[in-house]
Design a protein around this ligand. Structure first.
Ligand code: SF4
Ligand code: SF4
Ligand code: SF4
Length: 330
């Protein structure tokens, strides 16, 4: 089975110091391509979000704090311009990932510098292709949060799954639990943290929207309430059954996700890297397994106790050491 790969870079080598120029180039290219390739407008419900290459003022719309919000990614509209990847870096203050090649900001997958990635799927016939966007799915019942016994990862306002640096102890259980392989760990950092999309929640307070949705020139990814997005996805399938796979990925998969997907007719979601999950919430399975293996979660609780005790002891001895240093210097 072919797996999604990262789309190729522009042929001209662009130095990292010219990253602004490249961004401008990508946006211009994306806007030009959008005019040529996008036939259908988005539905009236999302009309205001059409922001033409990110230049028009985005719609100001505030959602009640308890209303779930999310994104709808439509693979039939994506042109692979990666404007959303650049915008995500900018909005989240993430450095360009030039670790593979100093000339390019070209991550191959989600990583500690990259909360959002666009990949290319190419079928075995070599001709059928589709782009696919990956970021946190903001699961309705998130396995990462269920695995995090300290509560560092939780569903918070608008149902967005966010990470609390003050609680995280770096155990990385969330990485193992996530069925979409989303949370990444800063291996290179002396004070590592977990990195994942938080739906640009820092931009939502004033009626803004996630950076990737704001800049997408073809509206391949749009922002809205969960209800609106699902209705929009179903409307598109009903209007163009010849264009879409007859399913909205995320409506029920793994208990449901707040990020929804539409795929091109003939390209099953699994080919795009979206796992086939039952409707049962993923944490339910994990809880059942954990219960049978650990007989009521005694073992993980003990393990967490030991980890916490270790952290507490090392902090205490660190505090003692610094106190000693202060005494010596007096
Ligand atoms: S989602 Fe939009 S911005 Fe991102 S690559 Fe696709 S078309 Fe470009
Ligand atoms: S996709 Fe993974 S990291 Fe995101 S909410 Fe779901 S389980 Fe958590
Ligand atoms: S919502 Fe924000 S953090 Fe998430 S993928 Fe889009 S731009 Fe990146």
């Amino acid at each position: 089975m072919s797996t999604p790969e990262t789309p190729g870079m522009p042929e001209s080598a662009v130095g990292s110091e010219n990253v602004v120029d490249r961004r401008g180039f990508l946006r211009g290219l994306a806007a030009a391509s959008a005019v040529a390739t996008v036939g259908d407008a988005v539905s009236p419900a999302f009309g205001q979000q059409a922001s033409g290459a990110g230049t028009a003022k985005p719609a100001v719309r505030r959602y009640p704090i308890d209303e779930p919000v999310g994104m709808l990614y439509d693979a039939t509209k994506c042109i692979g311009c990666k404007t959303c990847v650049v915008a995500c870096h900018e909005a989240n203050d993430l450095p360009p990932d030039t670790r593979r090649d100093p000339r390019y900001d070209a991550p191959l997958d989600l990583n500690d510098y990259t909360k959002n990635i666009i990949k290319l799927y190419r079928a075995e016939d070599g001709e059928t292709t589709s782009f696919i966007k990956a970021q946190c799915m903001h699961c309705v019942d998130p396995a990462c949060a269920a695995a995090c016994m300290i509560g560092a990862l939780q569903k918070r306002e608008h149902g967005i799954v966010t990470w609390d640096p003050n609680r995280c102890i770096g155990c990385r259980y969330c990485q193992v639990a996530c069925p979409y392989n989303v949370p990444k760990f800063e291996w290179d950092s002396a004070t590592p943290k977990i990195v994942k999309c938080e739906l640009c929640n820092h931009l939502l307070a004033d009626g803004g929207q996630p950076a990737c949705c704001r800049v997408c020139p073809t509206h391949a990814v749009i922002f809205g309430s969960g209800e609106e997005l699902l209705a929009e996805a179903k409307r598109r399938i009903a209007e163009h059954p010849d264009r879409y796979e007859p399913k909205v990925y995320g409506e029920h998969d793994g208990g449901g996700t707040q990020v929804l997907y539409l795929s091109k007719k003939g390209i099953p979601f699994e080919k795009l890297g979206l796992p086939a999950l039952s409707e049962e919430p993923v944490p339910e399975r994990a809880r059942t397994i954990q219960h049978s293996i650990y007989q009521g979660a005694i073992a993980p609780t003990v393990l967490y106790g030991l980890v916490l005790a270790g952290v507490w002891r090392s902090r205490r001895s660190g505090a003692k050491d610094s106190a000693l240093e202060q005494e010596d210097s007096e």
